[in-house]
Design a protein around this ligand. Structure first.
Ligand SMILES: Nc1ncnc2c1ncn2[C@@H]1O[C@H](COP(=O)(O)OP(=O)(O)O)[C@@H](O)[C@H]1O
Ligand SMILES: [Mg+2]
Length: 479
């Protein structure tokens, strides 16, 4: 972190210092008292379930030297009216301490974490980089990531998530990006927004206030994202597409994939084509790319990464090579386990929304290469009134992709079965076999009986619907 004294901290957050003015905070900033260590600053937040002020003694026991608090607490502390506000002021101060820092921020309904993991690995080969751990993308996760900055950091990757209006603008005020990436809009968390346009309005904040030398990286294949080009007030706009025909017809498409195919392990292989940032749009450069991470949607994420890192000075050839080395670092994202008995388990159960479900089903279909495919699906949450219709569409999508067996786990996902029947009724074709399971345990017992060598089985649901856990059990990575 960028060290500071208790006196400085009080100034930065406009708070009142209680205790020693010369305490040195150099051991990181934490909001979880259990993660405090020698020299830490403990930020006592009032959360939904717990009040951080109740855990100050624990933080001190772990070595914290100072607390940011809203009321008197044990040990040295800085008193403020609102610890969350003070926390983001501290984070912003750290950003401003590093005038040469290059910030690349990514938002979208699906693929933020996958993309920040690629960005983190590619940028780390070019210079000292801080990227979020796990999926730290909220009003807590973003400032926590920023507070990991070192005086020598060159690149910061920020994942920015939104579950309601204004959330992205809040985060860009904490850490203004030089490059803002929007992957897709989709319908994640539509519950909190009301409409897809509402989601788009919120996400557009990541590209609206870029510096004059900034760059908006937008998905040309998603109309609501492409339309954000109009809202970029300063800085340049570049776009990416998985559709070479779109790029042929539209010179404003900056990067695209040609000859995209998935190998037998589901890893995208393609030629990336890039127009120059300025100058003759016919001067296209091409590079062969073979990713290690899985799913065709990763090609889109990789294109976004290439545009972003090119803008901050990484040579394209270096970035392409680094992309080819980048591994999946976050768990449960198209995570493949080859069981000793020849069953391939794909665990994409970190989270789910209609778009990422479709992407995963497409990848499953592409990875089959003639093998029997299973999609074990449980509920997508936070869809509000649209829930039933979205699940039903998912059943149809699985059928369209030629999945052999669809296992529907739990009540929320139940309409998936109706969607499969919609497909057979409309097309007259045989759809997938549908198996209904009331819960994970029942699904597990059924799968243990029926899975055969050569089968490929995908697990996916929203986090709280638990398919990542069932996937781990079936893969044999947990009991
Ligand atoms: N560009 C993309 N479009 C659609 N789905 C994607 C994309 N990138 C990743 N996914 C899928 O979306 C799910 C969530 O991925 P993740 O990277 O964790 O996204 P987020 O951080 O936005 O929730 C995963 O199942 C992943 O396979
Ligand atoms: Mg994430």
């Amino acid at each position: 972190m960028i060290p500071l004294t208790s006196r400085q901290l009080a100034q930065v957050v406009d708070g009142t210092l209680v205790g020693d003015a010369d305490r040195v905070v150099d051991g990181g900033v934490v909001t979880d008292s259990r993660l405090a260590g020698p020299g830490s600053l403990y930020v006592a937040r009032r959360g939904e379930n717990a009040d951080g002020h109740d855990f100050v003694e624990g933080a001190l026991a772990h070595g914290a030297v100072l607390t940011l608090a809203e009321r008197e607490v044990p040990g040295d502390h800085v008193l403020v009216a609102d610890t969350q506000e003070a926390f983001v002021r501290l984070a912003r101060w750290m950003v401003d301490e590093l005038p040469d820092l290059q910030v690349v921020a990514v938002t979208g309904s699906s693929g933020k974490t996958s993309t920040k993991d690629l960005l983190g690995q590619v940028l780390a080969e070019a210079g000292e980089t801080i990227a979020p751990i796990e999926s730290y993308n909220s009003e807590v996760g973003v400032p926590l990531t920023v507070c990991r900055l070192e005086p020598t950091t060159q690149y910061l990757v920020a994942e920015m998530g939104a579950s309601g209006p204004g959330h992205i603008a809040y985060l860009t005020a904490v850490v203004p990006p030089r490059v803002g990436i929007v992957l897709n809009v989709g319908s994640a968390h539509i519950g909190g927004f009301g409409s897809q346009q509402g989601i788009a309005d919120t996400k557009a904040a990541i590209v609206e206030d870029l510096p004059a030398d900034g760059l908006a990286v937008l998905n040309a294949d998603d109309p609501l994202v492409a339309a954000m080009a109009q809202r970029v007030r300063s800085g340049a706009v570049q776009t990416f597409s998985l559709d070479p025909e779109r790029a042929a017809a539209d010179e404003s498409v900056t990067a695209w994939a040609e000859g995209l195919e998935l190998d037998e392990a589901g890893r995208a292989r393609f030629t990336v084509a890039l127009r120059p940032a300025a100058g003759d749009p016919q001067a296209v450069e091409r590079h062969a790319v073979h990713l290690r991470v899985r799913g065709a949607h990763m090609a889109a994420n990789a294109l976004a990464v290439l545009l972003a890192v090119r803008h901050v000075g990484v040579p394209v050839a270096d970035a392409v090579a680094a992309l080819g080395r980048a591994e999946a670092v976050s768990r449960w994202r198209m995570e493949v386990t080859d069981r000793p008995d020849g069953v391939m388990v794909i665990n994409d159960g970190y989270n789910a929304n209609p778009e990422s479900m479709r992407a995963a089903l497409t990848a499953l279909g592409d990875m089959a290469h003639g093998r029997r495919t299973w999609a074990v699906l449980a509920g997508m949450l936070e869809l509000g009134e649209a829930s039933e219709a979205r699940h039903r569409e998912l059943g149809r999508a699985a059928a369209e992709r030629g999945i052999d067996v669809v296992v529907v786990v739990g009540d929320t996902a139940r309409p998936v079965a109706d969607g499969v029947h919609d497909f057979t009724a409309d097309t007259g074709q045989d759809g997938p076999e549908v198996v209904i399971a009331t819960d994970s345990q029942e699904a597990r017992t059924m799968l243990e009986e029926r899975l055969r060598p050569g089968d490929v089985v995908l697990f996916k649901s929203s986090r709280d619907s638990g398919m990542r856990v069932l996937g781990d059990q079936v893969a044999g990575v947990v009991a």
